[in-house]
Design a protein. Structure first.
Length: 580
């Protein structure tokens, strides 16, 4: 018992070292910086950390307030306007509650999840092949898929909690599940779904449900199919409270689909290489696809297969299902537009009403492709001559790792194009408990508004000039709303600002009033409707005209708007009722 446990710990440490190297210098700033390899991480990453921090805070202080998060004041059920990420709480909450540092908790949750996902793929590949090097190839495949560390997951780090997925695939492959399989598969599937009920959950449930139907149709596997269907139903039941929260928000907002900063829908998937496009989970490196093709040919045409047939079938099944469900309902092949079955399903059940980016469902395909890479490597190695096989296999594994990393880091031009990555992993300083504005707000009460809402491009660039190798923050991005939310972790006061997948129906009108401040009428309306008590103005990010108005207000003074503090270029005002 102790020896296998030590072996697993050793594997975890190896992958931890690999992830630390691939994301350096983030490891040197775990308590003070967050990853920003993509511009969206500047606000989406902050949202994930804020949501998990709010849930951790609410659950230990006032569980009844969980749904009514502190953004979009005075809107109800604010937590359910975006991802809830409850499945990431077991990794985030202990660190956050022990240290009070959301930055450290977010980094531990994100990087730790990536490490554990690679470890899980390693263990499943070894369980199927009996070859440790096959596990290394599988784990390295997922680490060097840019989607994990450079594309979508840094913008939605809660969705990095994928380490249950390989074990779900392993257990679902059992054609006649016993009590032990059932006892483990249900909780693992449910926990995996809770990490993200919008994109991860369908990637788990859809393949399991199709597999259950196929088994039910065959008399010899009908019982196993019914058991699997019951497990899927159990996972859905576990997710019901989260879905109910989202449905309540949808009922309160009949036009919710239009209440978003982002467009609805994704450009049609262009086959075949659109399946491996930028931001696609299935975009493994071409050398991995070549290895899978070679290993598959060897497995099919060789007289004696050296790796389990059921393992190949299930890894291939999850790969193909992941690729299929990641396609848009309408795809393009050459000059031909093709409607997939999901297009017709969507006419009856509008599943893509809120599923804006179906490509993210390819998570299932990524897990399958990583396992196929391990199986393919094991199949090829099994054909080597007996003498010196271990040394040759190690050399081939090393060559595979180097080739995969080369394409990951330096890019390639065929069969599709990828640009080289930056030399260092991009990070951004995070707002901490020493932030002077956060410390001041912590001592007050009442609702808070942070301005400006949309900084000019030049001001936003100036604010971030000390952060190297980062794209511009344009004036249409919700960075400052997300920054206000992240700062609110330090004080948890109600916040008029907000950012999530959708926003309340009256929020835009409220923000139009906020944009006209320091107008007295707008101020009185906001105070009456929201209980606004404090306004923070980041004058360095204001347009010259707005900066002048706020500085004049601070100098002249008003009965309804008094300067409470000037912290560098930030002005903090106290809102009061106007004098009679």
């Amino acid at each position: 018992m102790i020896r296998p446990l030590l072996r697993i710990v050793g594997i975890v440490l190896v992958y931890a070292a690999a992830v630390g190297w691939l994301t350096w210098p983030l490891g040197a700033h775990l308590t003070t910086a967050l990853p920003v390899p993509d511009d969206s991480a500047r606000f989406d990453g902050l949202y994930s950390a804020w949501a998990l921090a709010w849930e951790s805070h609410a659950l230990v202080t006032a569980p009844s307030t969980l749904a009514d998060a502190n953004i979009y004041t005075p809107a109800r059920h604010a937590l359910f306007y975006g991802p809830t990420a409850f499945g990431a709480l077991p990794l985030f909450a202990p660190v956050y509650l022990a240290t009070g540092n959301p930055t450290l908790a977010a980094n531990v949750m994100y990087l730790g999840s990536v490490v554990l996902t690679a470890t899980a793929l390693h263990l499943v590949a070894v369980a199927w092949t009996g070859l440790g090097l096959a596990g290394v190839v599988a784990g390295w495949t997922v680490l060097t898929t840019r989607w994990m560390l450079w594309e979508w997951l840094p913008t939605a780090p809660h969705a990095a909690v994928l380490f249950y997925f390989p074990f779900v695939i392993l257990l679902a492959a059992d054609p006649s599940p016993g009590r032990r399989t059932v006892r483990w598969l249900l909780p693992l599937a449910a926990l995996q779904c809770l990490s993200d009920v919008t994109y991860v959950a369908p990637a788990v449930v859809a393949p399991l449900l199709v597999l259950a139907v196929v088994r039910v149709l065959r008399p010899s596997t009908r019982r196993a199919g019914l058991v699997l269907a019951a497990i899927v139903a159990g996972a859905v039941v576990v997710m019901l409270p989260v879905w109910v929260g989202h449905l309540i928000v949808a009922r309160e907002n009949p036009n919710l689909r239009a209440q978003t900063l982002w467009g609805n829908g994704q450009a049609p998937t262009v086959l075949p290489w659109g399946l491996f496009r930028w931001m696609a989970p299935t975009a493994v490196q071409p050398v991995v696809l070549a290895l899978i093709a070679l290993g598959g040919l060897v497995r099919v045409f060789a007289r004696d297969g050296r790796t389990p047939r059921h393992a190949w079938l299930h890894a291939t099944y999850w790969s193909l299902m992941g690729l299929a469900i990641s396609c848009t309902p309408m795809v393009v092949w050459g000059d031909q537009d093709i409607r997939l079955p999901t297009w017709f399903i969507d006419q009856w059940v509008p599943i893509f009403r809120f599923l804006r980016v179906p490509g993210r469902l390819g998570i299932a395909g990524l897990m399958g492709l990583a396992l196929l890479a391990g199986l393919a490597f094991a199949e090829c190695v099994a054909r080597l001559p007996g003498r010196g096989r271990g040394v040759v296999a190690a050399g081939l594994a090393a060559a595979m790792l180097v080739a995969t990393y080369s394409q990951f880091a330096h890019g390639f031009s065929w069969p599709f194009e990828r640009a080289p990555l930056w030399d260092a992993y991009p990070v951004q300083p995070a707002i901490g408990d020493r932030d002077p504005v956060a410390r001041l707000l912590r001592g007050g009460s009442g609702a808070v508004l942070e301005l400006p809402l949309n900084p000019p491009l030049a001001a936003a660039h100036a604010q971030l000039r000390d952060v190297p190798n980062l794209p511009f923050v344009t004036d249409r991005k919700p960075y400052l709303h997300a920054a206000a939310m992240y700062r609110s972790i330090q004080h948890w006061r109600p916040l008029l600002n907000g950012y999530s997948s959708y926003y309340p129906a009256d929020w835009q009108a409220r923000m139009r009033l906020a944009s006209s401040l320091p107008d007295a009428t707008a101020l009185a309306t906001l105070r009456s409707e929201t209980g606004l008590a404090t306004i923070v103005v980041h004058t360095a990010l204001c347009s010259p005209a707005d900066r002048g108005r706020w500085q004049a207000t601070a100098t002249a003074g008003r009965a309804d708007l008094r300067l409470a503090a000037q912290l560098g270029s930030d002005l903090v005002f106290t809102v009061a009722s106007a004098a009679p």
